[in-house]
Design a protein around this ligand. Structure first.
Ligand code: GDP
Length: 182
């Protein structure tokens, strides 16, 4: 089945977002690799795609060695990606553009992996502040990219952005299926 990877800095709100997206009654949690459950999880959604939960990057409080292990794990996943359709890079909407996120998106670009952005924790900003932050993010992205990638605005605590995101994936999934049929 097609896979959609969810990834971002630790504490960006990835677990909360996944909990919002994953319908408890449809939940099938399987480990990509036995014994490595803490590193990668697959969630089956609507019986037709996998949400792939990748480890967070940019931990402040782990050793260099642990960082390397996570990094290698992430790059291994992206290098082997057979079923990967695209990645969602999660960004905390309160933060200025961070070098680590920029580098990560650069890496995806260089690896020819399509990606979208999910801005998380939108409830933490007033609408005006959110708009300003998104505008400055877009400006920063346009220094590197020809256009701003498609992005989504979510709040897991206020249940914002769920349907839009799920509908989007279903649509992409239909397109993928169509292109395989042809
Ligand atoms: P992860 O490390 O990326 O999996 O992040 P978590 O999902 O564990 O969230 C990190 C912290 O941010 C927790 O304290 C969450 O309660 C909080 N958080 C996550 N999403 C939201 C959100 O949409 N709104 C608010 N206000 N807090 C959030």
């Amino acid at each position: 089945l097609p896979e959609y990877a969810f990834i971002g800095r630790s504490n960006v709100g990835k677990s909360s977002l996944i909990n919002m997206l994953v319908d408890q009654k449809n939940l099938a949690k399987t480990s990509g690799r036995p014994g490595k459950t803490q590193l990668i999880n697959h969630f089956l959604i609507n019986k037709n795609w996998f949400l792939v939960d990748l480890p967070g990057y940019g931990y402040a409080r782990v050793s260099k060695k642990a960082k390397k292990t996570f990094q290698k794990f992430i790059t291994d996943y992206f290098e082997k990606r057979k079923q990967l359709v695209l990645a969602f890079v999660l960004i905390d909407c309160r933060h200025e553009p961070q070098p680590i996120d920029m580098e990560f998106m650069q890496y995806l670009g260089e690896s020819a992996i399509p990606f979208n952005i999910i801005f998380t924790k939108a409830d933490k900003l007033k609408p005006g502040a959110l708009e300003r932050n998104l505008a400055s993010y877009e400006q920063k992205m346009l220094e590197t990219w020809e256009e701003m990638p498609q992005y989504f605005i979510t709040s897991s605590s206020k249940y914002i952005g769920r349907d839009e995101l799920l509908d989007y994936v279903e649509n992409v999934n239909d397109e993928v299926a169509d292109s395989i049929d042809k």
